[in-house]
Design a protein around this ligand. Structure first.
Ligand SMILES: Cc1cc2nc3c(=O)[nH]c(=O)nc-3n(C[C@H](O)[C@H](O)[C@H](O)COP(=O)(O)O)c2cc1C
Length: 415
């Protein structure tokens, strides 16, 4: 095989270009980006992270304002346990985002939604059930279960009429995580339709500790393949994390992958939700400007640009408006860190919180610049203008470069 295009992913009676654009939370992987992937014959993802914010932006709804109004009385209270999501409104926002995306779909590809278990939203089970159910109701082609082991997620939707027809998959970073998922989901008598294997070079949250550099995606893929073969299970495997060129993708296909999932190269396309100014930061970054840190309140390490405004910011938690990371008891690691700093610095107006960040607010504002390991290579994928800025690409350009490129070449715009 020379080019990624020499192969096809067979899924749901379709033959797809074996390229998946991964979910990038809080509207970095926009509907527009996912729609381009589908139009070009691959798979695109929208994300349901902070769905009310996304809906307010896309449809001029007022979910966030309304929630804040409801809980305004609690803003100065360090205890956030009163804050809850209205399940009806959560369902409504999810249906709006999904249905309008699916109505706009053209071409032969598919659109999936990325659902992160770590968005515990004050009531983990109840809210996850509503998110998954409403996405299926609204006609999503498939769901990718992410950021969590999802041991009970299939069971939450097993009674849904689309449980067996929608494409359902999971992201794992180890054989053990996959084994656990399969064991716990076995009683629903349904296997996942695909398994994304995400290695340590990916963007967003990592399924590894700070020793991430000790792990290697190809090794994990091989380990999972060998085990599945021994179990006589045939599941399409989709490696992700650090696949930067079409040739990188081909190497994984030759090692038995059914498709590849990528994201970083699409952070600098015009259909991506990142503001153009932030996209220039991604282009400019060098290897030493990127770190994996533990400031995410989810407990997972996260890779980001070191100059992200989110790092060290001590803003007041905004759970009354957002609250996506509150656990079942109304706790969030940032709220605890913030309260600790406030208590330690009485009378100080502007405090800094170094160990955790208010991920909801900063992701909402595009101030947490999470990125893949190879972000420092993005500057090599475009041209530079006389004013020093880098040219923003199109999703079609990057998609086709993955699809057709050979010999590790990267097609420059206009090339
Ligand atoms: C900016 C950015 C945000 C991301 N957000 C999410 C997310 O919300 N959920 C998720 O499961 N993965 C997320 N990811 C991971 C991607 O979906 C993808 O699997 C991974 O980044 C692929 O590796 P690559 O970026 O090296 O191509 C994110 C990646 C990036 C670059």
């Amino acid at each position: 095989m020379k080019r990624l295009d020499d192969s096809r992913l067979r899924l749901g009676g379709k033959e797809l270009v074996p390229l998946v654009i991964g979910g990038m939370g809080v509207d970095i992987s926009t509907a527009e980006l996912a729609l381009e992937a589908a139009r070009l014959g691959g798979i695109g993802h929208i994300s349901d992270a902070m769905i009310k914010t996304v809906s307010d932006r896309r449809f001029d709804t007022s979910y966030v304002k309304d929630k804040l109004k409801l809980y305004k009385y609690n803003v100065a209270n360090p205890d956030k346990s009163a804050v809850q999501f209205d399940l009806g409104r959560l369902a409504e926002a999810t249906r709006l985002h999904v249905a309008s995306t699916m109505e706009a779909k053209r071409g032969d590809g598919l659109i999936f939604i990325n659902c992160m278990e770590k968005l515990t939203m004050g009531a983990p089970r109840e809210t996850l059930k509503v998110r998954l159910t409403s996405a299926l109701d609204a006609g999503i082609d498939g769901i990718t279960l992410a950021a969590g082991l999802h041991l009970g997620s299939f069971a939450l939707i097993e009674d849904h009429p689309r449980f067996r027809d929608a494409k359902l998959g999971i992201i794992v970073s180890s054989l053990r995580a996959l084994q656990l998922f399969l064991r716990k989901s076995a009683r629903t008598h349904r296997l996942p339709d695909f398994v994304v294997i995400e290695g340590p070079l990916a963007g967003g949250h990592l399924g590894f500790g700070l020793d991430w550099a000790q792990y290697d995606l190809a090794t994990i893929v091989a380990e999972i393949r060998t085990w599945l073969a021994a179990e006589k299970l045939d599941l399409p495997l989709i490696p992700a994390g650090g696949i930067f060129t079409g040739s990188d993708a081909v190497a994984f296909m030759e090692a038995g992958a059914a498709a590849v999932q990528v994201a970083t190269r699409f952070t600098v396309v015009k259909e991506c939700g990142l503001p153009p100014k932030v996209q220039q930061e991604y282009f400019k970054a060098s290897e030493r400007d990127i770190e994996v840190n533990t400031i995410s309140p989810t407990g997972y390490p996260m890779r980001m640009l070191k100059n992200s405004p989110a790092i060290g910011s001590g803003i007041r938690p905004n759970c009354e408006a957002f609250g996506y990371l509150l656990d079942a008891n109304g706790n969030c690691a940032y709220v605890a860190a913030y309260n600790r700093e406030v208590a330690a610095h009485p009378g100080v107006r502007k405090i800094a919180v170094r160990d955790k960040t208010c991920l909801c607010t900063h992701m909402r504002n595009f101030d947490c610049w999470t990125c893949g390991h190879y972000t420092y290579r993005l500057k090599d994928t475009t041209v530079r203008h006389a004013d020093g800025s880098y040219e923003i690409l199109t999703a079609e350009h990057v998609f086709r470069d993955y699809q057709f490129s050979t010999d590790n070449r990267i097609l420059l715009p206009g090339g």
